[in-house]
Design a protein around this ligand. Structure first.
Ligand code: UDP
Length: 244
């Protein structure tokens, strides 16, 4: 069954999950229940026939490193941050494989004992063969973020959309957790996000998505079943596209 015949609007997608989304109620680290819940939602979409790749951030581990490493060179700290994303990628791989989703971790920093090196054509092949690919170590370069890595890999993989799983169900006019009258945008242009400095993804990620006409879908990663719903175009989310 193809993604389209299962009612999905997108055949191949990249899902970006920040490290902080994996902390659950904690202040840092990984919460196994949260990891399992996100993995189960990913499996539901995977089982409907979509090709999925993931980029996981490292903020849940890296903020701790950053505090401990005050005074460390920026680039050195960033390499530590990229290693944090590898830890999260392995944890997510474990959570997915436990529930029957075949996965491969590909690292932008070669680490042959724990992950495959990132090779674009090989990643595409994995997805065509029905494996979910987790991209670890960001772009492999300091001074970037995993948001930019997500936009880059989504463009390289020729994904139909970049899904950004966040703590709220879209982009609001103000922080909905602080302002009860905040309204959610259904659709924004890349330029709206850039010019209004909306806190969605960093500017280089938005620009890269714009250049490649890659729609960004912002939705709540913690709402059970939301990923599958949004894949079919239902439920609350914000779509970022080029306005006609
Ligand atoms: N990082 C980097 N290059 C990349 C991706 C990540 O140097 O291509 C480093 C950077 O220090 C970043 C950290 O890894 O702060 C963790 O990634 P990020 O902050 O994007 O994770 P998230 O906030 O999504 O959990």
């Amino acid at each position: 069954m193809t993604g389209a015949s299962a009612g999905n609007l997108y055949k191949r997608v990249l899902l970006k999950v920040s490290g902080e989304a994996l902390m659950g109620g904690g202040e840092y680290g990984l919460d196994p229940a949260t990891l399992s819940a996100i993995a189960a939602d990913i499996r539901d979409v995977f089982e409907l026939g979509a090709e999925i790749c993931l980029v996981i951030g490292g903020g849940n581990i890296f903020r701790g490193i950053a505090a401990a490493a005050k005074g460390m060179d920026r680039a050195q700290g960033d390499y530590a941050g990229m290693l944090a994303t590898v830890i999260n990628a392995l944890a997510m791989q474990n959570a997915l494989e436990r529930i029957g989703v075949p996965t491969r971790v590909m690292s932008a920093i070669p680490m042959s004992s724990v992950a495959e090196p990132y090779i674009r054509r090989r990643a595409v092949r994995h997805m065509e063969k029905g494996r979910l690919v987790i991209f670890a170590a960001g772009t492999g370069n300091p001074f970037f973020t995993t948001d930019t890595a997500a936009a880059l890999r989504a463009a390289e993989m020729d994904c139909d959309a970049l899904f950004k799983g966040t703590q709220v169900d879209g982009v609001y006019s103000a922080d909905p957790r602080k302002h009860a009258d905040a309204v959610r945008h259904d659709e924004l242009s890349y330029l709206d996000v850039l010019s209004r400095d909306l806190n969605v993804m960093d500017a280089s990620a938005i620009s890269l998505a714009r250049e490649n006409r890659l729609p960004i879908i912002v939705f709540n990663i913690h709402a059970p079943g939301a990923f599958a719903q949004v894949m079919r175009g239902h439920g609350p989310f914000t779509r970022i596209v080029e306005r006609q």
